[in-house]
Ligand binder design. Structure first.
Ligand SMILES: [Zn+2]
Length: 291
């Protein structure tokens, strides 16, 4: 599987939130659309959820004309490139092709407030899942351990993952400056939630670029990582902010019922968790957060 060709195919046009179904024909065979409009496929037996998002920033459909300069791919300057997050999508398709065990989730509507991932975090039984890895971060060396100042993974986990990346020839470092992305939706139910750089820069702008050589290196590295044996030590739901001690979360209020037609992966739970933890106050407030 050629990552470069795959990336170029996925970035021939923009996919604003709400148009994600139009990319279906490019997604892996056997992929399933869930009740919310996200797409998923499960490979093997795993405790890992890998995520990326299908939508691009902005609300107009535009075709993208690629320009090439060394290892960098950009648009012609009249549109964004959409490497945020087709770089992550390409990477996950490469991993699926190489049969790396995991639940692969391609979310809708990340750019307008992580709507797809929030709905899944609310409806899916996440008991048996240990880690969420979102391939969605600018640059070439960030392991995002905090979002909006909230710690989303343990130090054991980040240290081990950094070691494994280093083994693959990639020098990642801890990045505590994350804002909000799909992995944040899962921090009350899943222990270790992180984002990794996938080689784009200037996301959301017409100067957006993708380091395609880096993405190829990253693809080779992630298929060699032993994801299943990474340590799990953060207590889901635990709140630890940068520079603050643990804070007990508030009681969760009953979520708004969503439509339930379509599929939910892995032991869908009809009854909701008895006790849930409130994330950040009202969900409306949270909806305004974008990357
Ligand atoms: Zn993104």
């Amino acid at each position: 599987m050629n990552i470069r060709e795959l990336f170029l195919e996925l970035t021939t046009r923009t996919y604003p939130s709400g148009t994600e179904d139009e990319i279906f024909h490019l997604l892996p065979q056997g992929i399933i659309r869930d009740f919310s409009g996200n797409y998923f496929i499960e490979i093997g037996d795993s405790g890992t959820i890998f995520t990326s998002h299908l939508d691009t920033h902005g609300d107009t459909i535009q075709s993208i004309n690629h320009r090439f300069s060394g290892d960098l791919i950009t648009s012609d300057g009249t549109s964004i490139l959409g490497a945020d997050d087709k770089a992550g999508v390409s990477l996950m398709m490469y991993m699926i092709h190489h049969k790396v065990p995991g639940l692969y989730y391609f979310f809708r509507s990340e750019e307008v407030g992580c709507l797809g991932s929030k709905e899944i975090a609310r409806e899916m039984n996440l008991e048996n899942w240990k880690r969420v890895v979102s391939f969605d971060r600018r640059g070439t060396n960030s392991l995002v351990t905090h979002q909006s100042s909230i710690k989303t993974c343990s130090q054991d986990f980040s240290t081990s993952l950094l070691q494994q990346l280093r083994r693959g020839g990639l020098d990642y470092v801890v990045d505590t400056q994350g804002v909000s992305s799909d992995s944040l939706s899962f921090i009350d139910s899943v222990s270790e939630c992180v984002n990794l750089s996938v080689g784009y820069q200037n996301e959301h702008l017409t100067t957006e670029s993708q380091d395609i050589k880096f993405l190829e290196r990253l693809a080779r590295a992630v298929v060699a990582i032993d994801w299943e044996n990474l340590p799990t030590s953060r207590q889901p739901g635990q709140r630890e902010w940068i520079g603050q001690s643990l804070v007990k979360p508030k009681e969760y209020k009953a979520p708004v019922k969503s439509k339930t037609e379509g599929e939910i992966p892995k032991k869908p739970s009809k009854k909701r968790f008895k006790k849930r933890l409130n994330l950040f106050g009202s969900t409306r407030e949270w909806g305004f957060w974008t990357r």
